[in-house]
Design a protein around this ligand. Structure first.
Ligand SMILES: Cc1ncc(COP(=O)(O)O)c(C=O)c1O
Length: 349
């Protein structure tokens, strides 16, 4: 597929900002108007916080590529997946002209980013069992459709979407398909990241905010064809990834066994909470989960949500979303937090 035909003309023509650290990272650095004496914090750090970070993310990419076994040219690192969603929309969608397809109910940021960028989004409902409605998606696509957002496992329904369906979209449509795998570490299914080496219109996003326990550092990445990663690097803010975040990513990868322990712990708790929820008479349905949260249905969900909040337990009310009448979403917490949630929920019900 010719990716160039999908990219906005102004972005194709864009002469990117040429940043000081893009060319030289070492030497007597008098090129970026930094404070050469030092920084007011972290005097003993080897991070050189007084210096702008590497705009090309070389060290981070090297480490990450080794971890996921993907060539450097196929990787882009962003300030969370949220930055990547925004960049992709800005690269491909002309405001007021082009459109995206969002498969609802799903993660709210795809819609917000479209709204911010004045890009129309077409909402296609998932099927009753929360899978992609491929035929409806295909009939919603028109010549102005540039991106289809697919979240798998999906937030908030917690299920994986069929990878055959996703790949059908990738193969059969002349659009970019963005697959958001924020929760893939909690699933026992294979990731689609390696498929992004086979199809130049497939972008697969991952984040450090969930299984890695690093929501506070704001780091995410995507794998995609070289044509797409090159444009992402061209369009992003020059120093998007700060030095502290980059250092944290590298340390995290060195401790990836800890991430596996977290996941194991969360999965054990997820199954326990699921079983407890299923045993409660007033809970109408507990949906299967391939994530670190559970979606469940109970009569008067909004009232239950409010009463839980009054008792200091905050869950997410998803009942206003399509297909999710009376549905609440609860993240899996520590054992103690889950016990408290279950205790208060039993009382509220
Ligand atoms: C599906 C999905 N994608 C992306 C994100 C945000 O990821 P990040 O923290 O990397 O911006 C979230 C956060 O809840 C999410 O649920």
């Amino acid at each position: 597929m010719e990716i160039k035909n999908l990219i906005r003309e102004n972005i194709l023509k864009l002469k990117p900002y040429s940043s000081a650290r893009g060319k030289y990272l070492n030497g007597i650095l008098l090129d970026a108007n930094e404070n050469a004496i030092g920084s007011v914090i972290n005097q003993n750090s080897n991070l050189d916080l007084n210096r702008y970070p590497d705009p090309n993310h070389n060290d981070v990419k090297e480490k990450l590529c080794e971890l996921i076994n993907i060539p450097k040219d196929n990787l882009f690192v962003g300030v969370g997946s949220d930055e990547i969603i925004d960049l992709v929309v800005r690269i491909f969608c002309n405001p007021s002209i082009d459109n995206c397809i969002i498969n609802e109910p799903t993660y709210g940021m795809y819609q917000v980013v479209c709204d911010i960028n004045d890009v129309e989004y077409k909402s296609v409902l998932l099927t009753q069992d929360f899978q992609l409605d491929v035929d409806k998606i295909k009939s919603a696509v028109d010549e102005k459709t540039k991106i289809i957002f697919v979240c798998s496992p999906n937030n908030p329904t917690a299920n994986l979407l069929s990878s055959d369906d996703i790949l059908r979209l990738v193969k059969e449509l002349e659009t970019i398909v963005v697959v958001d795998e924020a929760y893939i570490d909690f699933s026992n299914q294979k990731s689609l990241i390696y498929e992004s080496l086979n199809y130049n219109n497939l972008v697969v996003m991952r984040t450090f905010s969930k299984a890695w326990g690093l929501a506070g550092i704001r780091a995410g990445y995507c794998t995609a064809s070289k044509e797409i990663t090159e444009i992402l690097y061209k369009v992003k803010a020059p120093y998007n990834l700060n030095s502290l975040t980059s250092q944290s990513i590298i340390s995290a990868i060195d401790s990836s066994n800890l991430k596996d322990e977290f996941v194991e712990n969360i999965l054990t708790e997820r199954e326990r909470v699921k079983a407890e929820l299923k045993s409660l008479e007033k809970i109408e349905q507990v949906f299967e989960s391939e994530t670190n949260y559970i979606l469940f249905k109970c009569t008067g969900a909004t009232e239950v949500y409010n009463q839980l909040a009054e008792r200091g337990v905050i869950v997410r009310d998803r009942s206003s979303q399509p297909l999710l009448e009376n549905c609440l979403r609860v993240s899996i917490g520590t054992k103690e937090q889950n016990d408290k949630f279950l205790k208060e929920l039993r009382e509220v019900l």
